[in-house]
Ligand binder design. Structure first.
Ligand code: PLP
Length: 257
């Protein structure tokens, strides 16, 4: 069985973060492991508190895994603070995992900062160059590039710019644009677009985490990148179609539809 690691934050309500990642890994029949960067207190209505883990315990978790277990693919989610980013970058440079999927998590759907505003530069400088693929949504791509993105053409320009920052592949997710959801992938040579119909539901908590974890699982299972993204898009589309309500707010997607 392939072994896959998520480096991310805990979501107490189970819809996003580490919990979404591990459910997605199980649904893809890969063995999931986790390095926890932060613990959030949240539910379907919002994020109420965050406790960051220390750089030392993050480093120890990474050392414990990489000195013992061969890791087939890594996903990076919520990284919270500059020191967190630095220690993750240092350890990944040391252990050199084959595949690194970076989900540049910045703000929750409810508007809570999951990345300290002063840590954006560190994320761009330290983590983008390590990425096999980085998966920004439009607001994240706007922060990384410093430009407004309102069209497919501007998504392509953003993907090109982010590629030049050192990511091998860039998947800009267009779900925030009106109409059909179109994502654009750029590998340095060509663009590939992925279209899916918009699903009418409010229950979309953890969609970004789930998509990036599905891509990570598929890469671990040795799919080529475009195939890994295509399969992951099919998975998240069905998971959103089967999403459900568990509380008073935004419910989770169904990882085992
Ligand atoms: N909580 C954690 C720990 C996360 O990593 C994320 C997203 O990556 C979220 C919450 C936000 O999820 P959403 O924006 O889908 O509400």
């Amino acid at each position: 069985m392939k072994k896959v690691l998520t480096i991310a934050g805990s979501d107490s309500s189970g819809g996003a973060g580490i919990q979404a990642d591990l459910k997605t890994f199980s649904a893809h029949r890969v063995f999931g492991m986790s390095v926890i960067t932060a613990v959030t207190a949240q539910n379907t209505q919002g994020v109420f508190a965050v406790q960051d883990m220390t750089p030392e315990i993050i480093a120890s978790q990474l050392d414990a895994i990489f000195t013992d277990i061969e890791v087939d693919a890594v996903k990076i989610g919520m990284v919270s603070q500059i020191e967190t980013i630095k220690v993750i970058a240092e350890k990944l440079k040391q252990y050199k995992p084959k595949q690194v999927v970076v989900d540049p998590v910045m703000v929750s759907k409810s508007g809570f900062d999951l990345l300290s505003p002063d840590a954006k530069e560190a994320l761009i400088k330290e983590l983008i160059p390590l990425a096999t693929v980085i998966t920004p949504n439009l607001p994240e791509a706007e922060v990384i590039t410093g430009r407004k993105i309102t069209t497919i053409e501007e998504m392509k320009e953003a993907a090109t710019q982010i590629h030049s920052l050192g990511a091998k592949n860039v998947l800009v997710k267009g779900g925030h644009l009106e109409g059909e959801a179109t994502d654009i992938c750029f590998n340095g040579e060509e663009f590939t677009s992925f279209n899916s119909a918009r699903i009418n539901t409010i229950n979309t908590h953890g969609t970004g985490c789930t998509l990036s974890s599905a891509i990570t699982s598929n890469l671990a299972n040795e799919l080529e990148l475009i195939e890994a993204i295509r399969e992951a898009k099919n998975y998240i589309t069905l998971a959103i179609q089967h999403s459900f309500s568990i509380g008073k707010g935004v419910g989770p997607v169904h990882h085992f539809y």
